[in-house]
Design a protein around this ligand. Structure first.
Ligand code: NDP
Length: 692
């Protein structure tokens, strides 16, 4: 009887036949566990089972058929267990766990079953039919893992992590067997895999993953109610924990926001302004502890967070407090018999979703105009930097903001999507990558939400030959290395006129060489850590690619691991010369300390090259020729521009991008347009003249 007919017996046979086959398979597994593959024969199985060899042959044909059936039975059992564990589960992390638990369940992870598995594995490479079973079983495991991982990390990483998890499962089996089942039991094997998956996920969650590797014990989960840790990227220490918000929590937040908003919108602009000003004062008075928290959460130097992050948030609250008092519609004269007016009304409940580079500042830049206009805001910080927004929520409450009007929900992209798809949220303001912007806009379209998108960039800085050289070098440094280069508006394409390039580079390299890389909490440190190991690897990858593509690395570009810095993700600021417009380092957003210097000779040429990008966030020009400065700026395709400076962002000036860098504006009066809607009112002053 060949294997084909065995299968037909298996599916069409009488129950008694199936029971007998099942018993013989169990005896075969016992035999494999005791005497191995070679020692297991039809006669030996018949003898153990107390039946004739002919009966065994009747069911299974030959030894290959018997062993094939036993192997299928083992594989099917694990698959069935996995399927029944997977059925009630929808969240991706729990689905991964179901695969782990099914493979390492106590009934599988024991000496008998494990040794039988090993006996098969030993034969898989030689016996074709066993190889088939093994490959179907592996494919199924990998595909379940991959489809769950695809929801958590990018596809290429999902693929390799799925393979890693499968290998770890195999590896833990092998180790346990080789140690005579003393090294691990089912519970400890599952705990090992769970920890491995959490750590890898943490490191791999695209550009969000922080603190991967064995040194950092952050337990990442994407399920509602579970908590995750925020890690200091400078040393791997846990800074704090937060809970993931799921649908239940988001719905509750929206209901609370609706209640609070009704109360908040009923106040006068002056009353709302008073609360915002009090919050600004509290921010200023807590600048030191807030800056320290921000530095620990982001890895940015304290010398930056002390003077920018908190202060800029407070400036923003004060600015919009003033506007809250002067919000107004229009009066329109429609002749003696009528007039019209517009009312500027709040949208209702709005959502803010933040990136990890300026967590508190982003929360303030979104909350201030939203609240000034009488909205309530639910804010989701980036998963990597969740802590300072919680402090802002506390400060708002302390300042007198009604409960529910500013709330923080924590979590990953899934939590963000609960906001962007919520029917009772009227607007979403996102700061993040272009890809996230597209996803948010598409989700928001389902409920026709208004969106503001502050996205990525690859901005140009143009240095003409009449520029004041030291100022231009300062501008290029500000345009590239603040926050370790993790600034959206950075001008990472520095076009320098050929006539001054050598002198420019000479001064630039000297100043970069003197920059101090170190512990971000040390006030003398100028260059802190990158946000995560994952992100650091991405940055280092770009640096390697730049060299491979022929750019000349003048300085930096290496990971810095001296002393305690080895515990964090530090990269020395890099300057590339001899760059071409088609190089990856010149075209793509790196979001790290990597400056590309490009030579140019002609104004028209440099404008064309500066605009040859899908991005359009920012741009800068250094020149002493006033006319040229304005002429060039007018032609640059960018939302935010500087003449003879770079990266200064006073709240009074609107900030935002064009092209793929975003939609809408933050700051300035322009932001009011994005957080209010106009109601037009016609008022008749005479009788109604109807023709009917
Ligand atoms: P991401 O786009 O990865 O994430 C931004 C936020 O969106 C995070 O809170 C993230 O959650 C959330 N999110 C991710 N996917 C979704 C989704 N499908 N639906 C709803 N929310 C989602 O950006 P980064 O945090 O990596 O920040 C770096 C990027 O931000 C760079 O491209 C930079 O240029 C840009 N940026 C732009 C600025 C601007 O003003 N134009 C300013 C600062 C940064 P989670 O983190 O949990 O995944």
């Amino acid at each position: 009887m060949n294997n084909q007919s065995t299968t037909s017996v298996e599916t069409a046979g009488e129950p008694i036949e199936e029971t007998r086959r099942g018993q013989l398979i169990e005896v075969t597994i016992d035999s494999l566990a005791e005497v191995g593959y070679v020692g297991t024969t039809l006669a030996q199985i018949a003898n153990r089972a107390g039946v004739s060899t002919g009966l065994v042959a009747h069911y299974f044909g030959d030894k290959d058929g018997l062993l094939d059936a036993a192997f299928r039975s083992l594989a099917r059992r694990v698959s069935d267990h996995a399927r029944s564990r997977l059925r009630p589960i929808s969240t991706p992390r729990a689905r991964i766990q179901a695969v782990i638990d099914a493979n390492l369940a106590p009934e599988e992870f024991d000496q008998r079953t494990g040794t039988a598995w090993l006996a098969f594995w030993g034969q898989v490479l030689q016996v074709k039919s066993l190889r088939r079973v093994q490959s179907v079983y592996q494919r199924r495991t990998l595909s379940t893992l991959k489809s769950a991982l695809n929801k958590l990390v990018p596809p290429e990483q999902a693929q390799s992590l799925a393979a890693m998890i499968a290998s770890m499962i195999d590896g833990v089996w092998l180790r346990a067997a080789l140690s005579g089942w003393r090294e691990a039991d089912s519970a400890s094997a599952r705990a090992l895999l769970t920890e491995f998956v959490d750590r890898r996920l943490q490191g791999l969650r695209a550009d969000h993953g922080r603190a991967a590797g064995t040194a950092h014990p952050k337990s990442v989960s994407v399920e509602a109610g579970e908590r995750f840790a925020s890690i200091n990227p400078a040393n791997g220490e846990v800074v704090g924990y937060v809970n993931v918000a799921g649908a239940k929590e988001v719905n509750a937040a929206v209901r609370a926001a609706q209640r609070g908003q009704a109360q908040w919108a009923a106040l006068t602009g002056a009353e709302r302004a008073r609360v915002l000003r009090r919050a600004a004062q509290l921010l200023r008075s807590r600048n030191q502890p807030l800056a320290e928290l921000e530095t620990k959460d982001t890895g940015k130097p304290i010398q930056e967070t002390l003077v920018v992050d908190v202060i800029s948030g407070a400036d923003c609250l004060e600015y919009f407090a003033s506007l809250a008092q002067s919000l107004a519609g229009e009066h329109l004269d429609l002749g003696p018999q009528a007039f019209g007016y517009t009312r500027r009304e709040p949208l209702g409940v709005v959502a803010g979703i933040g990136a990890w580079n300026y967590p508190l500042q982003i929360a303030c830049w979104k909350a201030a105009p939203a609240l000034a206009c009488g909205n309530a805001m639910i804010f989701k910080p980036a998963e990597l930097t969740p802590l300072s927004a919680v402090k802002l929520e506390e400060i708002f409450l302390e300042a007198g903001l009604p409960a529910g009007v500013f709330q923080v929900v924590q979590g990953f992209a899934e939590t963000g999507r609960l906001l962007t798809t919520h029917p009772d949220i009227r607007k979403v303001s996102l700061t993040g990558e272009v890809g996230t912007g597209k996803a948010v806009m598409s989700d928001a379209a389902q409920t026709l939400k208004n969106v503001t998108l502050e996205l990525g960039g690859k901005s140009p800085l143009i240095v003409f030959d009449d520029a004041k050289l030291d100022n231009a070098v300062s501008g290029a440094l500000l345009a590239n290395f603040y926050s370790s280069g993790q600034v959206c508006s950075n001008a990472t394409r520095v076009f320098v006129h050929s006539a001054i390039k050598a002198a420019f580079l000479d001064r630039l390299v000297k100043r970069v060489g003197a920059m101090r890389i170190g512990d971000p909490m040390d006030p003398a440190t100028q260059v802190g850590a990158l946000i995560s190991e994952q992100h650091m690897q991405k940055v280092l990858g770009y640096i390697a690619r730049g060299r491979a593509e022929g750019a000349r690395l003048l300085i930096g570009g290496n990971r810095v691991t001296s002393g305690n810095l080895a515990r964090g993700y530090f990269v020395a600021p890099a300057v590339f010369d001899e760059c071409r417009d088609d190089m990856a380092i010149v075209r793509e957003e790196i979001f790290g300390p990597v400056m590309s210097v490009l030579a140019f000779d002609d104004e028209a040429e440099v404008i064309e090259r500066a605009n040859a990008t899908e991005f359009g966030l920012a741009a800068g020009v250094f020149t002493n020729d006033l006319t040229r400065a304005h002429r060039v700026i007018a032609k640059l395709e960018a939302g935010t521009c500087w003449i003879n400076h770079y990266n200064v962002t006073p709240i009074e000036l609107p900030f935002g991008g064009v092209k793929m860098s975003g939609l809408g504006r933050e700051n300035g009066r322009a932001a009011i347009e994005h957080y209010t809607r106009l109601k037009s009112v016609y008022v008749a002053m005479g009788d109604v003249d109807a023709p009917y």
